[in-house]
Design a protein around this ligand. Structure first.
Ligand SMILES: [Zn+2]
Length: 489
């Protein structure tokens, strides 16, 4: 039976959440550059060592879950599939190489330009959009991911931490994070840096754990098929940005240095692995899409589009640069420009499925449904297991052949990728249209949960329960979800 310690708190938060979402929250673009932070450092006590592994994991799992519930309204969670599904894909590729892990990993992306990532006990790993925007290669991103996974696997939280009440430690974590984000999101959390600094006084950075996560991360990322030298480049970038912005850094970060010797050490380990970089054109193309989407969500569109235009002019033979420019205009709703660049990219290079599906999307939104359908069918032939092809196909069907047809494609999208927030949101939309209210709320809840919006998920799970057949399969699934989140119905 789950501990229901946070039940009352959740109900209050759901109420304030529903008020807040109607007014909207401001986006913080604070531009802090920081070193990697293992969020809940150490306090030099080994109390938890005496616990059994089962106790330890369930304690960590509770901290992670409680953190996710608390953090879910403080941050803006990204659900763009180009970013979120990509980060999840990289995360699962790497965690699959941790043999016998007791953790179920969950990956999320915060819409903020901070270059950082953090891991929460129990297997919750969050990336900031700024890290995706600043990482130069997919190997670099994978390196940070492996480092964070190694913090979880190394039980760095438990090994150095006094046993604290789950609720306390989770809200402390949220406080620190919110404060480090500066005025925007931090202010929403009602905390200041001074408060955070006071609270972190007992949470010391541990060089030993960073070193351990670096060393093991190098091995893990290599085992997962990435070049460990990518980690070195990201660290150098962290270092350069930290120096550049030193005056703006909050004091908290001075206790988390990324000194040059740490970089040299990682460089040495990476060299010793003698990795032969493997070419991953599909993954690299997806990474570029993720990176430009992360920038689109945290930077000014005009500057970004101008920068991309300059790249097209500099490399007129590059289909990918044109594709990215077209994609930017598509996301912005500039359909004539989107069509122009996406079409040109498609004519130049037909080897990537993304070139088909985004051009199809541009045709769909411009009203040329026939051409859109042709392109999506070609995309199917290339890659029959692409979640976004199904989602876009469903959207197309919803306009022409009807919602039952759309429903079929969205269901397939969810089967192909049950962790995709956009797939669940699309399926919710189709259920809504065919008057299946309970199933629609259930899918909305799953969509929010997949993106990290846990409290909203709780809200929709509860709504779903009111509409679902009490003895049906879905109602049982919803009850299990609510129980897992520690909420009574
Ligand atoms: Zn770390």
């Amino acid at each position: 039976m789950l501990n229901l310690i946070y039940n009352k708190n959740i109900m209050q938060r759901i109420r304030s959440l529903m008020k807040r979402t109607t007014t909207g929250t401001a986006c913080a673009v604070c531009g802090l550059a920081t070193c990697l932070v293992w969020l809940l450092g150490t306090a030099g006590c080994t109390y938890m060592h005496t616990r059994t592994p089962g106790d330890r994991i369930s304690y960590e799992e509770k901290v992670g879950r409680q953190f996710s519930l608390e953090a879910s309204t403080y941050f803006r969670w990204m659900d763009d599939p180009e970013v979120l599904d990509f980060v999840k894909d990289i995360g699962h590729r790497i965690s699959a190489h941790v043999i016998g892990t007791p953790y179920e990993y969950r990956f999320y992306v915060i819409r903020d330009s901070t270059m950082n990532a953090f891991a929460v006990p129990g297997g919750y790993i969050c990336f900031f959009a700024g890290l995706i925007a600043q990482a130069e290669t997919v190997d670099g991103l994978a390196g940070v991911m492996a480092h964070e996974i190694c913090h979880v696997e190394g039980n760095h939280f438990i090994r150095g931490q006094k046993k604290m009440d789950v609720a306390n430690i989770a809200s402390l974590a949220v406080t620190i994070l919110a404060a480090t984000l500066g005025g925007g999101q931090g202010a929403a959390a009602g905390v200041t840096l001074a408060q955070a600094a006071q609270q972190t006084a007992s949470l010391h950075y541990s060089r030993q754990f960073e070193r351990e996560a670096d060393r093991e991360g190098v091995e893990l990322v290599q085992a997962a098929g990435f070049d460990p030298n990518g980690m070195v480049s990201v660290f150098k970038r962290f270092h350069a940005l930290a120096r550049l912005n030193a005056a703006d850094l909050p004091p908290y970060f001075y206790t988390h240095p990324l000194p040059a010797d740490r970089i040299y050490e990682v460089e040495g380990w990476a060299k010793a692995m003698r990795a032969v970089p493997r070419s991953k054109p599909q993954l690299e193309a997806q990474f570029e899409l993720a990176r430009i989407t992360a920038r689109l969500r945290t930077e000014r569109f005009d500057a970004l589009a101008a920068e991309q235009m300059a790249k097209v002019e500099k490399n007129p033979q590059s289909a990918q640069e044109r594709f990215l420019l077209g994609y930017l205009h598509l996301k912005r709703g500039n359909l004539p420009l989107a069509l122009e660049y996406l079409k040109k990219a498609f004519d130049m290079d037909r080897s990537l499925v993304e070139h088909y599906i985004y051009l199809a999307r541009a045709y769909d939104l411009s009203g040329n449904l026939v051409r859109a359908k042709e392109l999506l069918e070609m995309a199917y032939e290339m890659d029959p297991r692409n979640t976004l092809t199904e989602v876009f196909y469903g959207d197309l069907m919803a306009k022409g052949e009807g919602w039952m047809e759309a429903l079929h494609h969205y269901q397939r999208a969810v089967i192909l990728n049950p962790r995709s927030s956009v797939a669940h949101a699309s399926l919710a939309k189709a259920y809504e249209r065919i008057q299946e209210r309970g199933k629609s709320y259930y899918e909305l809840a799953l969509s929010d949960k997949c993106a990290g919006r846990y409290l909203k998920a709780v809200y929709y799970f509860q709504k779903a329960l009111k509409h679902l057949d009490k003895d049906g399969r879905e109602a049982k699934l919803v009850q299990a979800e609510l129980e897992w989140m520690g909420v009574e119905e």
